[in-house]
Every structure is written in C-alpha cells, then in structure tokens.
Design a protein around this ligand. Sequence first.
Ligand code: SAM
Length: 218
Amino acid sequence: MSADTYRHRGMRRALVEELRRKGIRDERVLTAIGTVPRHLFFESAFQPHAYQDKAFPIGEGQTISQPYTVAYQTELLQVQPTDQVLEIGTGSGYQCSVLLELTPHVCSIEYNQVLFERTARHLAGLGRTPRLFCGDGSLGLPQHAPFDKILVTAGSPTLPRPLLRQLRVGGALVIPVGDETSQRMMRVVRESETEFSRQELEEFRFVPLLGQAGWGAG
Ligand code: SAM
C-alpha cells in the first residue's frame, strides 16, 4: 500500500475544483472527496491515474465509479451525521469511504465474493469500519432496516421493491434505472408508509445490478 503524499493531496484539491466546475455544490461532499485518498483504492498499475475524473477497472469485470458520479450520487443522498446508510455495490470501497466521512453508520453489501473479501481486508487495513456484507444487495439488508438513505452504485432495470420497503419514512433512495446501455439517476423519497415521490435526473452508464431484484444472477 502506498502513502498519501503532498503530491496526492494537491491532485485531490485539483479534482475537487474540477468537480465544483462540473456543478457539485455541497461543500461537505467536496470536503469528503478532498479527504479520501482515491489512489489507495486502485491496483498499482492504475494508481497514477487515480485523480482523473474517470472510472477504472478494479478486477472481476467491475469498476471504481468516476469521481463526478460518486460526488453526484452522494450530493443527492443528502447524508446527515446520524443517518443509517446502506450502499449496494461495495466494489473498491471508495464510495463507502466517502460516505463514512459524512456518517459513521454505513452498511455496504457486495455481490462478488472475491471483491468483498479483498475490500473488507483493505478497508480494515485503512482503519475504516463500515459494516460489510456479501450477498444480493438488490434485496437490501432486511435484518438491518430501516435505512435513512440507500445508495445503489450499479444500474437497475427497475426500482427494486425490497429497497423501497427498507426506507424509513422521510428517507431517500438514489439509484440509476434503465437498460444495459444507459440509466437515468433517480431520487425516490418515502413520503409516508404508502407514498413515494420521485425525481428523474441525469443519464449515466453503470455496470449492471445483479441479483433477484436486478438483472438476475449474472
Ligand atoms: N461503489 C463502488 C466503488 O466505490 O468502488 C463501485 C461500484 S461498481 C460501479 C458496482 C458494484 O456493484 C460492483 O462491485 C458489483 O459487483 C456490485 N454489484 C452488482 N450487483 C450487486 C448486487 N445485487 N448486490 C451487491 N453488489 C452488487
């Protein structure tokens, strides 16, 4: 594992300014991106590129999301310091680490066993302590529900009903929904036990959400 140097901190500051220019406004989100050393979530071959605003491979056919996407989804989530947050798609653990800058109560679930084990070890080594689970996140984590915020970091064909059921009243789900080639970001708020409101936002391209309430087993 490499260190976090003065040069890395400079590149993070430049990345934060780039995200600001691209429209990210929430200072808490920008501070979180400016704090988490993204290069430590990369395989060494890709580390020199860690502060470009791009997605990169993390193995197992998966990617670490582009910083703009991480900032955009995190801003939409409007995380408060007491919120219980569920992330679906732990991947490299980077987004999870950004969420931990905003609340200590983060659960994250990863479908791919190899990524789960690798990232669990890595986050422990960095001293970051989310509650990590391996399994089908399209079904949420019923045993730990309800959640104030749920963030899905893979593209879903529909709004997964189990996730809507696991939102606290007043809580929000941020999820990209669409086909395999592009998805529209959605922010769904649980207004009451039975009512939900939703906003449809920018288009993105994510890897597929696998599992029972996603695209299937994969
Ligand atoms: N948040 C990650 C990060 O910061 O590196 C990036 C996530 S990557 C774009 C999407 C992740 O979702 C992949 O690691 C993939 O294995 C995972 N995934 C896909 N379907 C899933 C499911 N049903 N439950 C949990 N994780 C899932």
